[in-house]
Write a protein that binds this ligand. Structure first.
Ligand code: ZN
Length: 284
């Protein structure tokens, strides 16, 4: 089983009220998985591998000014949000170092080089990919994103970079609107799936498109943007993947590369989130 990387502050910092991306998500996960490697915050230099300095500074300033501000229509920033976002990116780095599973919030895959978006402040998986390259010398990085939403921020950060292949399975048409048919290039593979898709559709997409793309690329390191909002019963997603389906996705992903790490993205049903994460942990 992969080691977990997390921090008790994810259940305390970045209070979002009754927003679906809330502290309770990490509270239930840390209660279910009490043993973990404690994450450190990312440094500004580590964030700068993916984000503009002015944007990082704007998030810090907005957060430290206090109050509750909307950075985009879906993304709240409070006085502890900058600290939480640094810790989430740092935990993603920790997951690379440990070849583990980072249980974090806020999520990251919608965050763009100079904009917050869709609950995401900094792009945790992208920061982790750059760390794997620059600090650990893993040249070829594959990112598999099975969150129900398209990882538009990750796609944008690596669009012109053929050292990082980005493969995304997601509901489409759906938020954020990108990742549809024809949206891609040599190192960006999008697999849009119809609303209501379940284990069969996801496993077929993995076998027919995602795995062959990963195998062609021959990554030195695999990162998984592991969202669980494609699960049956998720309050935001419209898909029907079961715990068994996530286990099978993880089983298949594990065959693509001997070194890997996972980073939590979405997943908003706090009753089922621990068991979904547990099935993926068992598979790896
Ligand atoms: Zn999502």
């Amino acid at each position: 089983m992969k080691p977990i990387v997390s921090h008790p502050d994810f259940a305390r910092l970045h209070p979002t009220g009754d927003h679906p991306e809330r502290q309770e998500r990490l509270r239930v996960l840390l209660a279910a998985f009490p043993e973990y490697v404690q994450a450190r915050p990312a440094t500004v230099a580590e964030l700068e591998a993916c984000h503009e300095r002015d944007y990082i500074e704007a998030v810090r300033w907005t957060s430290e000014s206090g109050g509750t501000v909307l950075l985009d229509p879906d993304t709240i920033c409070t006085e502890s949000s900058y600290a939480a976002a640094l810790l989430a990116a740092g935990a993603a780095i920790g997951a690379v170092e440990e070849e583990g599973f980072a249980l974090v919030r806020p999520p990251g895959h919608h965050a763009r080089p100079s904009a917050a978006m869709g609950f995401c402040l900094f792009n945790n998986v992208a920061v982790a990919a750059r760390f794997a390259q620059q600090a650990l010398g893993h040249n070829r990085i594959a990112i598999l994103d099975w969150d129900v939403h398209h990882g538009n921020g990750t796609q944008e950060i690596f669009w012109d970079d053929d050292s990082v292949v980005f493969v995304s399975l997601h509901q489409w048409p759906f938020y954020p609107g990108t990742g549809g048919p024809g949206d891609g290039n040599d190192s960006t593979v999008n697999v849009p799936l119809r609303a209501g898709s379940g284990d069969g559709e996801y496993l077929r997409a993995m076998e027919e498109t995602a795995l062959p793309a990963l195998e062609r690329f021959q990554p030195d390191f695999l990162l998984v943007s592991a969202g669980f909002d494609a699960a049956a019963g998720d309050p935001i997603g419209g898909m029907r993947v079961s715990a068994e389906g996530f286990r099978a996705l993880a089983d298949q992903a594990g065959t693509a590369c001997s070194r890997s790490a996972l980073i939590l993205e979405g997943g908003y049903n706090t009753d089922t989130l621990p068991s979904l994460v547990g099935s993926v942990l068992e598979a790896f």
